[in-house]
Design a protein around this ligand. Structure first.
Ligand code: HAM
Length: 436
């Protein structure tokens, strides 16, 4: 019987795992450099955690089940409810502002398609307890810094920013009743995924007539650069609803994010808990699903039984990010997993010292691999060393002597076997002086 992995999941063979690790390392490195601490939670939670707080979109995509005690559980489709639960539970003991990041794998029962799978990794960054637009700007800056670190430039990806209050004010002016605003956000968020006729029908049911839909579409088609908030104010006929937005504008300007960001009223976000700034990272070709998204959620911690506390954050998935790096011919991995040294035995009576020398190198902290081939042909052994992508090859000639070859420069010298660990370490240090 031939068994396949479940629909929408991936197997990570060593090549794929190295790529996965490359992204995780970059996410982790950039988060730490920006002053965020890593956290994690369980991979399943009680279903109720998602029911009330996330909105229909996510709840309809949940994988859920009952445990033997009849408790309704769900595999995590996002991390934000877990984060809110964790913060609410220890709110008074946690030093503020809370600056957390996490890299969970999540499951959503979505229709698998380019950029969307049923299991994926999602980098989350959240800043809580700092009720200041600087917090919004800081998390946006972190997302842009990560992209820059991976070689992505602002002509490839833009952060499109809007504000729930601005969107709410426009929708209200177009005839949407207060209790239908969340439904309108959900509908607008899903607009690109349905035929226009269905969208218009659903919009009408929410109180938007065709004229209002046209008006909203026209507003959403335009984007505005940082520091052009007044043009947005005039076009949308908004006044007070843009006050918070204007404060964010100043912070984005201070952090020099002009190249990466633009304002776009078409960004509303489907998740129910966002209260202020909302944003999404989009590939500029427009051909991919969102690369990341987030926003401000100032009521969520209270909803989870904690104190009143502001929060802002985002999630970025690995799937669209990998597609982007591949399409742009950017690195998908680095050489951090390559062996430092590859050891082989070329002398007749040297097989016994091959494994002990390799082990000695490993115990000294080096990444060492060895040949299992029976050949004593130095040319063949060196070929194997090159294939392993090792930095150096150690070819043991006899019980006292080994050739040490730098596989990038081709330089090769004989050395006493007793000193091999120090020789290898010195050679590596010469190749990469900054690393020692
Ligand atoms: P989200 O917009 O649902 O937000 O997801 C954020 C990102 O996760 C997406 O832009 C995409 O890169 C990735 N993603 C989502 N679904 C899938 C999927 N089925 N397959 C692959 N990648 C996917 C949230 O999850 C919020 N909880 C983020 C957040 C954190 N807001 C505040 N803090």
């Amino acid at each position: 019987m031939k068994l396949q992995g479940p629909k929408g999941t991936r197997d990570f063979y060593p090549t794929e795992m190295a790529r996965r690790r490359y992204l995780h390392d970059a996410w982790r490195r950039v988060s730490i450099r920006h002053g965020f601490d890593e956290v994690d939670g369980p991979i399943f939670e009680s279903l109720d955690l998602y029911r009330a707080k996330s909105g229909e979109g996510i709840v309809s995509e949940l994988f859920h089940f009952q445990d033997r005690g009849g408790r309704e559980l769900a595999i995590r489709p996002e991390f934000t409810p877990t984060l809110a639960r964790m913060v609410a539970a220890k709110a008074n003991a946690l030093p503020r502002p809370i600056r957390w990041f996490t890299i969970p794998n999540l499951c959503r029962a979505e229709k698998p398609q380019r950029g969307r799978l049923r299991e994926f990794d999602q980098w989350n960054v959240d800043l809580l307890g700092l009720d200041d637009p600087l917090a919004d700007a800081e998390v946006i800056a972190l997302a842009c810094d990560l992209l820059r670190e991976l070689g992505v430039t602002p002509d490839m990806v833009q952060c499109r920013i809007s504000h729930r209050e601005a969107a709410r004010a426009i929708l209200t002016s177009l005839g949407v009743h207060d209790d239908k605003i969340q439904d309108a956000f959900t509908l607008l968020d899903a607009k690109g995924k349905m035929p226009l006729s269905l969208f218009v029908d659903k919009a009408k049911a929410l109180g938007l007539d065709s004229k209002a839909v046209d008006r909203f579409n026209t507003l959403c088609e335009k984007s505005y650069p940082i520091k052009e908030i007044n043009a947005l104010r005039d076009d949308a006929g908004l006044d007070d609803a843009l006050n918070d937005f204007a404060l964010l504008d100043t912070e984005l300007d201070n952090l020099g994010l002009h190249e990466w960001c633009q304002y776009d009223l078409g960004i509303v976000r489907g998740l129910a808990y966002y209260t202020g700034t909302v944003f999404e990272l989009h590939v500029t070709t427009g051909k991919e699903r969102a690369l990341g998204g987030g926003g401000r959620y100032d009521k969520l911690i209270e909803l989870f039984g904690g104190p009143a506390m502001s929060g802002v954050g985002f999630g970025m998935g690995d799937v669209v990010l990998s597609n982007l790096l591949e399409d742009q011919n950017l690195p998908l991995t680095d050489d951090s997993l390559n062996p430092d040294v590859f050891v082989a035995a070329a002398g007749e009576d040297t097989v016994a010292v091959l494994s002990s020398t390799t082990m000695e190198l490993r115990r000294s902290g080096l990444h060492a691999r060895m040949s299992y081939k029976s050949t004593r042909n130095i040319g063949k052994l060196l070929k194997e060393a090159e294939k392993s992508n090792a930095r150096l090859a150690v070819i043991i000639e006899d019980r006292d002597r080994a050739q040490v070859k730098d596989l990038s420069t081709g330089q090769q010298l004989p050395h006493p076997l007793q000193q091999i660990v120090q020789v290898v370490k010195d050679s590596l240090a010469r190749r990469n002086p900054g690393a020692q």
